[in-house]
Design a protein around this ligand. Sequence first.
Ligand SMILES: Nc1ncnc2c1ncn2[C@@H]1O[C@H](COP(=O)(O)OP(=O)(O)O)[C@@H](O)[C@H]1O
Ligand SMILES: [Mg+2]
Length: 112
Amino acid sequence: MKKIEAIIRPENLDAVRAGLEKKGIVGMTVTDVQGRGRQKGVCLQWRAGEYCVEFLPKLKLDIIVDDDKVEPAIEAISEVAKTGRNGDGKIFIYPVEEVIRLSTGERGKQAI
Ligand SMILES: Nc1ncnc2c1ncn2[C@@H]1O[C@H](COP(=O)(O)OP(=O)(O)O)[C@@H](O)[C@H]1O
Ligand SMILES: [Mg+2]
């Protein structure tokens, strides 16, 4: 099992959710986060001068999947989230030791 941690643009959430669902990936946790990538924040020019924002609002999706769903999940997320522009986000993959479904006591991939 793996944890897919995807940082995406907030406006892409519903399309990403729908794309994942089409591949049979339903469970996820969504968190509001603030982030910065290689370009750091953004600076805007105003009449009054320059105003810089160091962190931009993003969403973090935590999705636990069985190993064979990792590539389908990456595809579904990339299809929507990859515009080719700066700030599209990133996906990080981590190994997951154990999952326990509290309502049934199931463990491992049965519990996802
Ligand atoms: N090295 C990193 N570690 C953790 N989060 C990151 C990292 N790089 C990017 N992010 C997250 O992804 C968001 C979008 O980054 P993005 O601008 O697409 O990356 P980059 O500029 O590095 O290509 C950031 O706002 C931040 O939340
Ligand atoms: Mg960037």
